[in-house]
Design a binder for this molecule. Structure first.
Ligand code: GDP
Length: 299
């Protein structure tokens, strides 16, 4: 499948090593479990999450009196699916319309690309979409969003570089109301080095949305780059302090062996991963389904 192909490098990092391990041990013993633990840690699942996964795995193995390594993979899949399933809904909260999606994340993680892909998907579903170029800090960000808008046939509300992001969002909301837009997607600046600035800027935007568009369903999506591995988790923690994130978009899973980081993100943050990026094209953003993902990863 497309997903399986996208996960090729991560599969090489986790699955191939697990398969080799399973071949070299027939019976489950401490040494086997330690080697399995090592594989998970090396594939960017993260230390804390790996230890939690291993505890759960040991528990299930004991409860079920499993002794053959050949049965371990199915149990591991089960445990990983549990870790990837949060208490929160993983579908986008956008219907019935109208809805507003605020997209946050540092520069370079794939924010603009993801906005373009989300807009393309929603438009393909027959929804009226509008984009807002709220990352006014960089002229390139505005231009890039305009390029995506042209490519997929979606209008972009924008002002000049350096203008107030709140003003852009305000304009975009008025336009969305006037044009009866189903989903308004707003880009925001991706500066993280100054957390106070970031918080102020975001809270200004939230106030404008509260005041001007209270009827809209709201999503706050944080875009994270899977190739940055454990750094992505650190970024997510910082952003979580600045905004009420409702979902994560994990990009560039196709370009990395560090796809295991998705387990650490979900278990450490308790925010659902809602979308995953597995390529640069407009169709390469998929809804995240834990079972489908783990099947594609470990089968
Ligand atoms: P931004 O600065 O966060 O807006 O990042 P961009 O949207 O400009 O993306 C940075 C680079 O990452 C671009 O070259 C994108 O094509 C690429 N990119 C984004 N998402 C993905 C993905 O899921 N897979 C791959 N392979 N590349 C991606």
């Amino acid at each position: 499948s497309r997903l399986k192909k996208g996960l090729l490098k991560t599969r090489q990092g986790i699955t191939e090593k697990i398969d080799t391990l399973l071949k070299s041990y027939k019976k489950i013993d401490e040494e086997f479990l330690e080697e399995l633990e090592e594989i998970l840690i090396m594939s960017d699942v993260g230390m804390d999450t790996t230890l939690k996964i291993m505890d759960k795995l040991r528990e299930k193995i004991n409860d079920r009196k499993i002794s053959e390594t050949s049965e371990v993979k199915e149990v591991l899949k089960e445990v990983m699916i549990e870790f990837l399933t949060t208490s929160k809904d993983s579908s986008l909260n956008i219907s019935p319309s109208p809805a507003i999606i605020l997209v946050i994340g540092v520069n370079g993680v794939g924010k603009t690309t993801s906005i373009g892909k989300i807009a393309y998907n929603l438009k393909s579903q027959g929804k009226k979409v509008l984009l807002a170029a709220g990352d006014t800090f960089r002229a390139a960000a505005i231009d890039q969003l305009k390029v995506w808008g042209e490519r997929i046939g979606v209008n972009v509300v924008h002002q000049s570089e350096g203008s107030d992001p709140g003003a852009v969002v305000f304009d975009a909301i008025q336009a969305a109301k006037a044009r009866k837009i189903d989903v308004l997607i707003c880009d925001t600046a991706g500066r993280l080095h100054n957390k106070k600035n970031l918080m102020n800027e975001l809270s200004k935007i939230f106030k404008i949305i509260d005041r001007e568009y209270p009827e809209a369903k709201r999503e706050v999506l944080l875009v994270l780059d899977a190739t940055t591995g454990q750094n992505a988790i650190q970024q997510a923690k910082t952003f979580k302090e600045a905004a009420n994130i409702t979902g994560i978009v994990l990009t560039k899973l196709d370009g990395t062996a560090k796809g295991g980081v998705i387990l650490g993100i979900t278990s450490e943050l308790d925010v659902p991963v809602k979308l995953i990026g597995i390529g640069e094209g407009k169709e390469d953003l998929q809804p995240f389904e834990p079972e489908e993902f783990i099947e594609a990863l470990l089968s």
